[in-house]
Each structure stands twice: as C-alpha cells, then as structure tokens.
Ligand binder design. Structure first.
Ligand code: IMP
Length: 428
C-alpha cells in the first residue's frame, strides 16, 4: 500500500485533547476518519484564534483539500451533523470533502428520550452519567439488528418499514415501562426524510474511500473519540460508552484490515479527568482537584459538566498502551501542572494484601485498589512559550521521561498551551 495509516486514540477517559493532536498531524494527512461514537464526543480545536467544537465532524474539516470520512462505526445524530456543517458554511470553513458511510446508524429522537429514561431507572448510585445523546440505545438497536442506517434515510419505503417497527416497540417501552407519552410516527418520519435529502449528497462507501485513498498513496488518519477506559469491552465496565474507542475499533468502524494500520498514537493528558460516574483511582476530591479543574478549564465540551480531576495514572496508561498497541504518546496540557510544588503520579495499585496489581477494566476491582503515588518535583514557570523539549524546565523534562520509562513508549508531542502553535513536536 502506498499511503500510510495513523490511528489516534484517547489513552484515558476521553477529553485528552485528541483534536489538537489530530490538528498537529493533519498537514501530512489527506483523509481524516471518525470510526466510533457519536455526538457524545466534543473535539475542541482552536484555529487562528477561533474556537471550533465538533461533536460529529472529523477535525480535518477545517482544511481545504482533505477528505473527511464518517465510518460505519459512528452513530449519527443528523440534526447535530447538519448544524455543524451549517456552522462551518457560515464561517466559510467548509473546505473539505465529506463522505458519510451509508452503514452508519442513525440516532433517532426516541434514542435520546430512552437514554434519559434508562438513566432515571438505574437510579442513584447506578447511573452511568451518560451524555444523554442517545448513544447506548442507538448501539442497542444496531446490535439487535433493527437499527435505522443512514442509507435507510435515502429510501422512503425502507425508512417507513423500519421506523414503524421501531416506533411500535419504543412506544411500548415509553408508555408501559416509563409511563411516558408515545411518540408520533408522522413527525419523526418527515424529519428523517428531510435529513435524508440533506445528507444524501455526502453518503458513500467509507471503506472503499479509505482503501482507494491508500492505494493512491494518500495518508489516512483515524481519529478516535472518547478513550480507552470508556471502551465497551476494555474500559471500566459498566461505566463505559457503547462503542470501541480502542485502536482495533478503527478497523471495524471503518472497514479497514488490521494489517494496514501503521502507527498508533495514544493521547494522554498530563493528569487525569473523567466525566460521569465510575471508578477513578487517582481522583483528587479536594482543593488540588479543584485547582486542576480551574487551571485546565475542565468542563465538558458536550454537556458543560465539571470534570472530575486527579493525577496521572501510569498503571492505567500502561494498560492503554497494551490494549491499543500504542507506538507513541502525545502528552497534552503539561502547562496546567505548572506551579504545583510536587506532582503525584500513580505507579501501582495495591491490594488489601499489599500486592501490586495490574489494571483491570472492572469497576468493583478498581474501587477496591489503593493507588500508590510517586511524588515528582514540580516547576514554577509557565510553559506556554516553550517550543523545544531541551529548553523545558528540568522537572518538566523529568516528568516526561518518567512517563516514557514507565510505559516504554516515546512521547512525540507535548502540549504546552491551548493555542495551535503551543506544541512541542519531538518526532511526529
Ligand atoms: P454515553 O457515551 O453518552 O453513553 O456516556 C457513557 C459514559 O461515557 C459517561 O460517563 C459519559 O460521561 C462518558 N463519555 C461519553 N463521551 C465522552 C467524551 O467524549 N468525553 C468524555 N467522556 C465521555
């Protein structure tokens, strides 16, 4: 194959700053692909002082001449997607070609309602804290083989048949289990037909688009959403999302053979955050956690929720390196740690019996372990102006080296501020 494939994944619980890493790599890439998740994601990119938040569009949409692909593994909320496209058009930034897989599933209005209802039913202590974007219920229909796919929006008969069946079942849930009013067929059908008309010109064969690009010698970047620890199989189950954000998900979610994947880059924040419920061994619930949240502006791009904050967890990171086959790490938001006297880093999980244990994607297990921290020296200087690794304060360099030694993976990019240029590149 003449072109190369790069896969970018989140190595924590999402919100690692993948958008800015994609952005930094985008100039050497021709095709940018999203392969899983939906509008639960929120990728923030700041370009020429302007802020863009994409929930569904690949970050590559800001570049002229690129092809952006939404693969079959994504669940698409058409209303959201059309709003993002409309916003780019208004700002004169709709410069890329967009291809949407006909096999991607559609998040229907009832999925969003059911997402909220299921959370309500789970009740206190059992809630997942979903984004309520209908992600879980949409993937449920996909797995149950009754979902509505983007290609169905283009065919009135198929849409009518599938929607009637789905709505009949969903209305039983809504009325008999949740005691809610049923949803009307006509309104949803008309809305879905309009979506089909508007999205029709973008619908194509995503897998073939990627393959042909590679044959021609184009480079393809797969942009993961969420993160490894939210993976349905490998994350902190059941407090996970419903898709596969790990690198293997890129193959399934876009129709790409695993032998074609070149490099896998894991994006890791210099500390940890998590939105929603679930285990978080290195969480700091006191003033230091608050300081991380304030300094790092840790509020959800999709829901605005304050993110839970804590220290870097190298046990979890090692796990992410393993399950993704990560070749390189991109370390983001290192600047946020400036000013801390010392910086704790979790180097092991200790059991009640004093045994060191590896990470396991199991919620009760993670709640039971005791994180063991190593205190790294802090640094005082603001890192925003630094552009070379060798110039960084010694303690910051040692922090990076410690991560490399611990994981056995090189850190090829360091983020030192929110701006596009506030990046130290060490071999991307
Ligand atoms: P869902 O994906 O909306 O079903 O939410 C499941 C869990 O994943 C919740 O804890 C969400 O907060 C979390 N989640 C989903 N998408 C993101 C994301 O893009 N960043 C961080 N957390 C996310």
């Amino acid at each position: 194959m003449k072109g190369r494939v790069e896969v970018i994944v989140g190595a924590q619980w999402g919100d690692e700053g993948k958008g800015r890493v994609v952005d930094a790599m985008a100039n050497t890439m021709d095709v940018v692909v999203r392969f899983q998740g939906g509008a639960n994601a929120g990728h923030t990119v700041i370009v020429e002082g302007e802020k863009y938040i994409f929930h569904l569009l690949p970050s590559g949409m800001l570049y002229s001449g690129k092809t952006c692909v939404i693969g079959n593994g994504v669940v698409i909320d058409p209303q959201q997607l059309l709003e993002e496209l409309g916003d780019l058009q208004e700002r004169g930034k709709d410069r890329a070609r967009l291809v949407i897989s006909g096999a991607a599933h559609v998040v229907m209005p009832y999925h969003k309602v059911l997402d909220g209802m299921e959370e309500r039913l789970r009740g206190f202590g059992k809630k997942i804290g979903t984004t309520r974007r209908g992600i879980g219920p949409c993937y449920m229909d996909k797995v149950n083989r009754c979902g509505i796919r983007v290609e169905d929006l283009l065919c009135e008969d198929a849409l009518r048949e599938k929607l009637s069946f789905n709505l009949e079942v969903k209305n039983m849930y809504l009325t008999r289990i949740y005691g809610e009013a049923p949803m009307a067929f006509g309104e949803i059908f008309d809305q879905a037909r309009t979506w089909g008309e508007k999205l029709g010109p973008y619908v194509g064969d995503a897998s073939l688009t990627v393959f042909e690009a590679l044959v021609k010698g184009s480079n393809v970047l797969f942009e993961g959403a969420q993160g490894t620890l939210l993976d349905l199989d490998h994350g902190t189950y059941p407090f996970v999302t419903s898709s596969s954000p790990v690198a293997g998900g890129a193959c399934v979610g876009a129709g790409l053979g695993p032998s074609l994947v070149g490099r896998v880059t894991g994006v890791v924040k210099a500390y940890c955050t998590r939105v929603g419920e679930g285990p978080f061994p290195t969480e700091h619930k006191g003033d230091l956690g608050d300081a991380l949240r304030e300094r790092g502006c840790e509020f959800g791009a999709t829901t605005g929720r304050p993110r839970r904050c804590g220290w870097l967890d190298l046990v979890a990171l090692k796990y992410a390196v393993r399950v993704n086959g990560i070749h390189a790490l991109a370390l983001t938001k290192l600047d946020v740690l400036s000013g801390f006297e010392s910086i704790p880093v979790c180097v092991s999980y200790r059991s009640d019996e004093g045994e060191d244990l590896p990470f396991r994607g199991n919620s009760p297990f993670l709640d039971s372990v005791e994180p063991v921290f190593r205190n790294m020296d802090g640094w005082k200087r603001d890192l925003g102006e630094y552009r070379s690794f060798d110039d960084l304060p010694l303690a910051a360099r040692e922090y990076i080296r410690f991560i490399e030694e611990w994981t056995g993976v090189p850190v090829v990019l360091v983020g030192v501020g929110p701006g596009r240029d506030q990046t130290i590149v060490r071999g991307l």
